[in-house]
Write a protein that binds this ligand. Sequence first.
Ligand SMILES: O=C(O)CCC(=O)C(=O)O
Ligand SMILES: [Fe+2]
Length: 455
Amino acid sequence: MGEDFHVHIVVYGGQFDPAVVGQMPPVDRFAIIQVVKTSLKKKHLNYPLSPEQFFSNDDGNVLRLSPRIKLLRWIDKAAIIETSSTSKEQKEAGTLCTVAQVRESKYLLKLLPLWSSFIVFGLVLSAGNTFFPEQGARMISQRYLIFLLTFEAIIRATISYLSKKLISKFVPETKQRQAQVLRTFIGTVMSTVCCVVAWRVEVRRLEKRKQSENMSMFWLVPQFCLLGLMEGLALHGCDEYSSSHFPERMEEIMITYNNLMWKTGDTLFELLSEALGLDPNYLKDIGCVEEMTIGNSYYPECPQPELSIGIATHSDPGFVTVLIQDQIGGLQVFHEDQWFDIAPVPGALVVNLGYMMQASLITNMFVFMQLITNDKFKSAYHRVLSNKEGSRISIGSFFMNNSCSRRYGPIKELLSEVNPPLYPEITLKDIYNNQSLKNNELSALDKLKLASHSG
Ligand SMILES: O=C(O)CCC(=O)C(=O)O
Ligand SMILES: [Fe+2]
């Protein structure tokens, strides 16, 4: 096992069995009410130090109450087992929720602000397509309505094109997602303004009608302008957001896949610990399996692959990446000055040891596998080539630890007189301040090596 890991990447045969989906407990969508009620009742409790004080913690000693949002932390208290009675009694009395229920509820609550703004946006959008033209048809010079609709379509297309272009041209790549979210947000705010303007115009139209007067259709220009603006800014973002958060049929499979990846991570880190001659729980205990992010990559078919790249040479953030890829191929690993294809094997997962960092929207996250194993495990440089055979999809599960102040250095048990530490102890913050690591330079880890070993 140890030997395999020196070859940078191993193929780990773990079948993803769709039948498992059927065995998963169904997600209780109404648990959120119970969870909020219970956590309000338990607001006075102190936050426990040990994961065992949480009910039905699905993974023993590792507590998974993500998403970790400070504002929602009080909700975690719904799963605290009180000492006054048994957990069974508390469950029956409806004063105890499971960790899984709390986690689900937090994910839903996190979406609420966006959902509510999408509802306003959706309503204004449908009113804009149905009610606004109806309004125009009841006003003077309604024959010009077609021009107003064309005007709105031009604004929508122009704003959509310009805002996308401006973001891709002037916003640094690492901030582009944030800029897209901001653009969508401004669009949803516009929809509220549009709603107010349309309401005022309609009130005025009805008042005039009472006095048997009619209004000119040109009163509708502001609301059509706003409609075009809000659609141009937010339609794309809302679509993208919805497709990544809402599809029901994908919900179950994603949860199952997520759970399978946690289990794979547990097994993997046990095996890696054993391969290092350590206690099977060693790597788990130092926080290697505390956080996992799933990232999907889509590589469109490219007519001239030799002129483009899929993903440039890099090494992954975090400790380990578990990757599932389709049958198209294109992933390559750098080993002994050569690029090797990692050919897709049906039903197999690719396990990649990480050590670098990557900019992400929320934070920069990275901890070193190579560093903590004192070079026993080498992280792998890899890239993905474009291809003209067809589009390719891969799903990566990145195991990492986001704690900024936690110190990581070579594992003491691996050190001896003949195997002295090659790296200093560092924190995430130190890594963040190191420019070459930030740039993901090929020799970046060498620069960290202690003076006696460099050069
Ligand atoms: O798509 C792949 O096969 C690899 C993706 C990858 O390297 C990454 O997301 O870090
Ligand atoms: Fe990667």
